[in-house]
Design a protein around this ligand. Sequence first.
Ligand SMILES: Nc1ncnc2c1ncn2[C@@H]1O[C@H](COP(=O)(O)OP(=O)(O)OP(=O)(O)O)[C@@H](O)[C@H]1O
Length: 340
Amino acid sequence: MKDRVINELSRVFYPGKTHSIIKEGVLDDVVVEGSKVIVKLKLNSDEKDSVVELLKKSIPMSLKKLEGIEDVELVIEKIVDEENKLSHIKHVIATTSGKGGVGKSTVSVNTALALAKFGYKVGLLDADIYGPNIPTMMGIEGTPITIDLKYKDKILPIEKYGIKILSIGNLVPKDAAVIWRGALIHQAIKQFLDDVIWGDLDFLVVDLPPGTGDAQLSLAQLTKVSGGIIVITPQNVAMSDAMRAYDFFKRLNIPTIGVIENMSYFICPHCGARTDIFDHGGAKKFANETGLDFLGEIPIDVEVREGGDKGKPIVISNPTSPVAKAFEDVARSIIEKAKI
Ligand SMILES: Nc1ncnc2c1ncn2[C@@H]1O[C@H](COP(=O)(O)OP(=O)(O)OP(=O)(O)O)[C@@H](O)[C@H]1O
């Protein structure tokens, strides 16, 4: 229904212009509740009253033509011109890792879902240019993006499991991004921040590429990141990579919220014995040495991997499991630090 509403709105002219209200970039959100639709617009504070009056007439008139829509509510917010476009996002949280494959995306996805479980409005931005695997993990691969293809200027994130998701994988052809360098990456991240209709969010979790590179730099330049999370595996060799990621956050003035140890240990499902496959405690040691907070340890669990492959993360597929609880603990620490 939401798609139909947006499609219909693409036919409503912005008063005084030759293009639609969508092209004008004033649509902030669309919420469908049964036969009622709520359309949220953000207009410049100096927009004329006559324009507002015309919108109040034309939008309900147009949407009521849709089958199943009986009531249309218009919420119009006036914003100061060129107000920071991210002012409706309270906290930007970035996750990174010293190196690839440590489970950074897994942590981003499950932490975002745990935050949403606590009732917060959450967005998840997959800015991992080199391995945008969040669509697969969230089970949204192949879902066509609606609005950017038609209007070029605004992108609607995909909603699943109660959060809004957008991946660089949705914007560029598979494998094309790996050759991207500075300027292009900067442009892509800018587009994510400027042109995506995130709506009001308490948290935007950004899954950065591993290491210290252009994406981190651009994000820091383009927005105020409330805090960064470093994901590491327990081996000693992982420490120097983590230290580089931490130093980079410091140089970019991104406060580090803390460290998570992923693949921390393995509990045998048959005998219950614990094995520290990659050693254990590296992240805690790292946290002690740097004075950072230790946010928790996530065991290796086949359900985590399966959840990622099947597009149903463990926080959703098995919410009472110890791993899901561990992700909730991470979310609690973020909430506590953000003092929300
Ligand atoms: N705690 C865990 N238990 C079992 N499997 C896990 C765990 N964490 C991550 N994995 C699996 O390890 C693989 C790599 O994880 P993920 O993609 O999250 O890592 P990443 O650090 O984001 O990798 P990349 O650098 O490629 O972006 C995935 O198949 C994922 O399902």
